[in-house]
Design a protein around this ligand. Structure first.
Ligand code: ADP
Length: 177
């Protein structure tokens, strides 16, 4: 499923983000940039040790922010490591932190002059964010960003399983401009 906002295509796909060919893939990293399970582990496995070597040099990244490394062996040239919040009930600023993880990733991509990037469902795995709310925040943040950043041509949301895809598709239909 895809929509066009101004000059940017926002697209949903079900699949493995390590197979993306966009200029950058976004990693759902932890604040120590230490690697881990889930999409983080998959990106480091597929991209090879060069990515971790760069992460070690950077040292860490606060929740809600993002840093960039090269993509190692991935087809994507860059990895943007975004740190989403751990969901603890919703009263601890989680929504704002999730939005800023997406915003900072998008800003970083534009600063680097990139035309396309792919997001996983940040915070929707081990970090426990309720899927519908996370999808709504992720998509509305991308739609808003696209309205003022035509140079970013393609934003993909690569959802690992059918259930996550279906929830994102449902939320995208709700906010379609
Ligand atoms: P977080 O700690 O931010 O919750 P996780 O990696 O645990 O990050 O999960 C985030 C989302 O990424 C989940 O929806 C999970 O199913 C998904 N995911 C896991 N592996 C991949 C992959 N290879 N490609 C795309 N999405 C993935």
């Amino acid at each position: 499923m895809k929509i066009t906002v101004n000059q940017t295509v926002i697209e949903l796909d079900c699949g493995d983000i390590t197979e993306e060919t966009t200029d950058a893939v976004v990693n759902a990293a932890n604040s120590r940039l230490a690697g881990g399970a889930g999409v983080d582990g998959a990106i480091h496995r597929a991209g090879g040790p060069a990515i971790m070597a760069e992460c070690r040099k950077i040292g860490g990244c606060p929740t809600g922010e993002a840093v960039i490394t090269t993509g190692g062996n991935l087809k994507s040239r860059w990895v943007i490591h975004a740190v989403g919040p751990v969901y603890r009930g919703g009263g601890r600023g989680e929504a704002g932190l999730l939005v800023s993880a997406y915003q900072n990733s998008l800003n970083l991509a534009c600063k680097k002059g990139l035309a396309s990037l792919s997001f996983p469902a940040i915070s929707c795995g081990a970090y426990g964010y309720p899927l519908g709310e996370a999808a709504s925040l992720a998509l509305s943040t991308c739609v808003t960003f696209a309205q003022s950043h035509p140079e970013l041509r393609l934003i993909r949301h690569v959802l690992f399983d059918r259930q996550t895809y279906d929830v994102f598709a449902q939320e995208l239909k709700k906010i379609m401009p």
